[in-house]
Design a protein around this ligand. Structure first.
Ligand code: FE2
Ligand code: FE2
Length: 232
């Protein structure tokens, strides 16, 4: 996916970055599930990190869908011509069923089971089901939520105002911050982390994440972009 780069704040860039984070995490989780199924179960050394990673994935995609359904779609419904809100919301509902399974059944099973092969199989099935809807879904959103269409539909002050409202909503729902924020950062390639940093409160910059929260996110490091592991 190509992310358009612009100077200054851009809602379309923020949405696209979130899509990149979720898409990468989905790929990584599917690949790890597949590998673990071949070897029989989740490796003990990376089990906690993987469960944290899947939980962060669940939180980020859930928050993103709530933000779109409750705020972004209603706001832009009449501003972007032919925005297919009903179809997009329907797809959120379908993805939501897989997310419910992952959060309520599979993760608790994986955490407790000594032999976790059947939970792992279930997780793999849910992730594959979700993946099939996810790709056409974001393709459709990105067709309508382009920088050009969003910029043309509102003025700059309103854009800044909306970005702030959406940022607050996301920060409130993306918890715990010491896991979810590093998860977002390190599922973006290094070149995009600076753009993402603009979304965060001043205190939470890359140095802060690397130092203050390191022990919290470290179990997930094998699932992040490889440069993160090379630098610690
Ligand atoms: Fe969506
Ligand atoms: Fe989206």
């Amino acid at each position: 996916m190509v992310i358009d780069m612009v100077d200054g704040p851009s809602l379309a860039t923020d949405l696209n970055c979130t899509h990149s984070i979720i898409t990468r995490a989905l790929d990584v989780a599917i690949e790890h599930c597949n590998k673990s199924l071949n070897s029989g179960e989740l490796e003990e050394s990376t089990k906690k990190g993987f469960i944290d990673y899947v939980q962060c994935f669940h939180t980020v995609i859930t928050t993103h869908h709530h933000l779109e359904t409750q705020m972004v779609f209603p706001y832009f419904k009449d501003k972007i011509s032919e925005l297919p809100v009903d179809k997009l919301n329907l797809e959120h509902g379908k993805i939501g069923k897989f997310l419910f399974e992952i959060d309520n059944v599979i993760i608790p099973d994986l955490k407790s089971a000594m032999l976790n092969k059947s939970s792992l199989k279930q997780l793999y099935k849910s992730l594959i089901g979700l993946d099939e809807i996810w790709h056409p879904h974001i393709k459709l959103e990105e067709k309508y939520f382009t920088i050009e269409k969003m910029d043309n539909s509102i003025d700059k002050d309103e854009m800044i105002n909306l970005i702030e409202i959406y940022r607050k909503f996301s920060m409130e729902h993306n918890t715990p911050d010491y896991l979810v924020i590093p998860f977002q950062f390190y599922n973006l390639p290094p070149s995009k982390r600076e753009i993402w940093a603009q979304e965060l409160p001043d205190i939470i910059n890359q140095k802060f994440i690397q130092i203050e929260w390191k022990n919290k996110w470290l179990p997930m490091v094998n699932f992040f972009y490889p440069d993160v592991n090379n630098e610690i």
